[in-house]
Design a protein around this ligand. Structure first.
Ligand code: PMV
Length: 326
């Protein structure tokens, strides 16, 4: 039976960087994110006896062999759970460029997991679905629940799941994803995280994270935007500090990234409440409240090197849709 799911990308306010267990993708720390309304993946899965092999197609793009293998590993875990050995046809599309730190793996594995279980007619709890999505790509578990989401690091696979802190309607926080570069990133997050322990700053980051998680949850609870923005920026810079001091160093920023970071700090000095955060790529997410959108967009337009801006509100989590891709 064909089933199609739509899943949002998410932007981490408190970042996940580093695993305690490679195979299960258990993280070294808990993380917090917001789902993005305009950056999402739609995936149709069809498990059927008619297929002799798995086929995986990305519309408007190409999957590498490695990415296909990783998708098949996810399908295998799902097949084991549903106790079925049917092959699947998977067709998927993104609304945003893949491999640029815009978290296509999060929305991709979230949509795949939801569509695959639905195609097999298997109903799981949301918690269980986040656990399966996590094994595909860690951050994918945060794209399943609604709105503002906490991924509990946990010590075991069952304990490492994501849940919603607040719905997407709770607070009008926005994210303008500013694309300065659409080339594929050089080092994947999976590969990058493998050498995390070579950074002399990892321990300091891990020691600071529980306090940051608390500050972030409290800022969300109180809708205190300046505290939220400060902790988001602090954690972004801290994660990149660890990345940049790993051996070999991982420097995801380009000149365009740096230009935007400097500009945001300048705009804040002028009184505009906007903060930046950056994942494993050169593109920059600007975080602000809805009431400041016009002012933020006016400012971004004055910058050199901006290729595209994707303006996001907080969004619902992964869900089934009626229109199939094949
Ligand atoms: O789950 P992955 O492999 O896409 O890793 C995500 C890592 C960051 O985007 C850099 C941080 C995060 O928490 O989203």
């Amino acid at each position: 039976m064909k089933a199609t799911a739509q899943a949002p990308a998410n932007i981490a306010f408190i970042k996940y960087w580093g695993k305690a267990d490679e195979e299960l993708r258990l993280p070294l720390n808990s993380s917090i994110s917001m789902n993005l309304s305009e950056a999402y993946t739609v995936t149709t899965v069809d498990f059927s006896r008619e297929y002799q092999t798995d086929s995986i197609v990305l519309l408007d793009g190409v999957f590498s062999d490695k990415e296909k293998e990783r998708t098949i590993r996810s399908l295998n875990r799902i097949r084991q759970k549903i106790e079925n050995n049917m092959y699947a046809r998977v067709v998927t599309k993104n609304t945003f460029p893949k491999g640029t730190g815009a978290a296509a793996s999060a929305s991709g594995f979230a949509a795949l997991t939801v569509a695959a279980f639905a195609s097999a007619g298997k109903k799981l709890s949301q918690k269980e679905i986040t656990i399966f999505a996590r094994m595909g790509s860690g951050s994918a578990c945060r794209s399943i629940p609604d709105g503002f989401v906490l991924w509990e690091k946990g010590k075991t696979s069952e304990e490492s799941y994501a849940h919603s802190l607040y719905s997407h309607e709770y607070w009008d926080v926005r994210d303008a994803l500013v694309i300065v570069d659409t080339n594929m990133k050089k080092v994947s997050t999976t590969e990058g995280m493998e050498s995390i322990s070579t950074s002399p700053f990892l321990d300091a980051r891990l020691a600071a994270l529980p306090g940051r998680i608390d500050r972030c949850t409290e800022a969300l609870a109180r809708k205190n935007f300046s505290i939220l923005g400060e902790v988001i920026e602090e954690d972004c810079l801290d994660m990149h500090h660890v990345m940049q001091t790993q051996v070999p160093p991982l420097i995801y920023w380009s000149d365009g990234t740096k230009t935007i970071m400097d500009a945001v700090i300048g705009w804040r000095k002028e009184g505009l409440a906007v903060y930046f955060t950056i994942d494993a790529g050169p593109n920059v997410h600007l975080i602000y409240e809805g009431q400041n959108e016009r002012a933020v967009l006016e400012k971004i337009k004055t910058l050199y090197g901006v290729q595209r801006i994707i303006v996001n509100k907080a969004a619902a989590g992964a869900h089934l849709v009626d229109t199939h891709l094949f």
